[in-house]
Design a protein around this ligand. Structure first.
Ligand code: DOR
Length: 429
């Protein structure tokens, strides 16, 4: 079946394309791009007034499968992804059991194909059980299809293990994604350490814990020549360390989340557990550094760190609540509101961070609109105003720091391999 996406502003940063053109899709692929295409036999997808982007890709998602399906599963999480405009998501391995072997990786890939509304990629653990003691079956997991390796949720405290992990993963030309927070400095901390934590009387997680972890990881990446990707960067020091390392030619890349760009530790003053996340929301000076880092290419990609928890787990005193919250259905709206509508970033820049660059970094299909490419496409209305209401979420994790917020910008259709999976907020499969 043929489909024609007609009348939109097509933006594909990988081709430096930003033009009013139409796209013909056939058998799951893009077959033609050009102005004023007539194709009467094709089903029409009217993109007038919309931005047509390569499908959004999120490299940092907690799908909670296997073992924690009360929080989320592939079915619900992938529908949340489709609703948010994502066509590909990569799931983190801090599940129960931990995704640390080839059987689990291949099982999840299979399950993703069966139940997933979007493309599901799997990230394997660096250490067995994410215990930080012994390397997991990295090679086997990569052969089974793992797209990266990570102990996300924990820093790899043991430097020798991290060195071995980098060397081993590097042999397979894959990347280690590091959750960089030095353990002893963040133990018991529940928010950013600073004036606000002092005022609230809460134990802090200092930015220097992140700086130390990033510094060591960069030194090991430099020493081994392997590639390192720093997860959810949140501190000024980390941005500067990554900037300098890139200048020296170290193979380091990095990601940042909407929450770390749009919120600060001042948002924690109401003790709302939906504001609790690791690394924590930091003070304004750190947020400014993140924005500078994104602008100058120090930070490469935007990710959600979608980390759903059950309602009753979050409905407790701040210090007892688990860290993390849903992000797939708010990410694009928050980014467009905070970055685009404030005039700080252009739409092609944002689409590069959310699609072209993650595809290139992790060697994924998609991320570009060009004949021959897979027809993973997101239609965006950058001016659509809407209010976040978690009752409408597809994710099981209803906690969001953006509840009740008015946002401007939304994905209005998600096309995966040529199939219209989401339209006007409704997931169709
Ligand atoms: O806040 C967080 N929650 N940060 C992480 O790195 C892990 C995540 C989770 O798995 O809940």
């Amino acid at each position: 079946m043929k489909r024609l996406v007609k009348g939109g502003r097509v933006i594909s940063p990988a081709q430096n394309l930003d033009a009013s053109v139409d796209i013909v899709i056939e058998d799951g692929k893009i077959v033609q791009i050009g102005p004023d295409i007539m194709c009467p036999e094709a089903e029409l997808i009217d993109a007038a007034g919309l931005v047509v982007a390569p499908g959004l890709i999120d490299m940092h998602v907690h799908l909670r499968e296997p073992g924690l399906e009360a929080k989320e599963d592939i079915y619900s999480g992938s529908r949340a992804a489709a609703a948010g405009g994502f066509t590909t998501i990569a799931c983190m391995p801090n599940t129960k059991p931990v995704i640390d072997n080839a059987i689990l990786v291949s099982g999840l890939i299979r399950q993703g194909k069966l139940e997933g509304a979007v493309n599901i990629k799997v990230i394997g653990a660096l250490s067995k059980g994410q215990e930080g003691k012994e390397l997991a079956e990295i090679g086997d997991m990569i052969y089974a299809g793992a797209v990266a390796i990570s102990d996300d949720g924990h820093w790899v405290n043991n430097a020798k293990l991290m060195r071995l992990g980098l060397e081993y993963t590097g042999m397979f030309h894959k990347t280690i994604i590091s959750h960089a927070e030095e353990d002893s400095l963040v133990a018991e901390g529940v928010m950013h350490e600073g004036a606000v934590s002092a005022m609230l009387g809460m134990k802090g997680r200092p930015a220097v814990a992140e700086d130390i972890a990033v510094a060591r990881d960069i030194m090991l990446a430099e020493y081994t020549g392997a590639s390192l990707h720093v997860a959810h960067v949140s501190s000024r020091g980390a941005v500067e360390l990554i900037r300098q390392a890139k200048q020296r030619g170290v193979k380091v890349t990095a990601e940042v989340t909407p929450q770390h760009l749009a919120l600060t530790d001042a948002d924690v003053t109401g003790f709302n557990t939906a504001m609790k996340v690791n690394p924590p929301l930091r003070s304004r000076d750190h947020v400014e550094a993140l924005l500078e880092g994104l602008k100058d290419g120090t930070l490469d990609i935007l990710v959600t760190d979608h980390a759903p928890h059950a309602f009753e787990e979050k409905d407790v005193e701040f210090r007892y609540a688990p860290s993390g919250f849903a992000g797939l259905e708010t990410s694009l709206g928050v980014i467009l509101t905070a970055l685009y509508h404030t005039g700080q970033f252009t739409l092609p820049e944002i689409i590069r961070f959310m699609s072209a660059r993650p595809a290139a970094l992790f060697g994924l299909d998609g991320g570009q609109l060009i004949p021959g490419a897979v027809a993973d496409i997101t239609l965006i209305d950058p001016d659509r105003e809407w209010t976040v209401d978690s009752r409408n979420f597809y994710t099981k994790g209803k906690a969001t720091p953006f509840e009740g917020k008015k946002l401007k910008g939304k994905a209005v259709a998600t096309i995966v391999a040529g199939n219209l999976i989401m339209q006007n907020g409704e997931v169709k499969i």
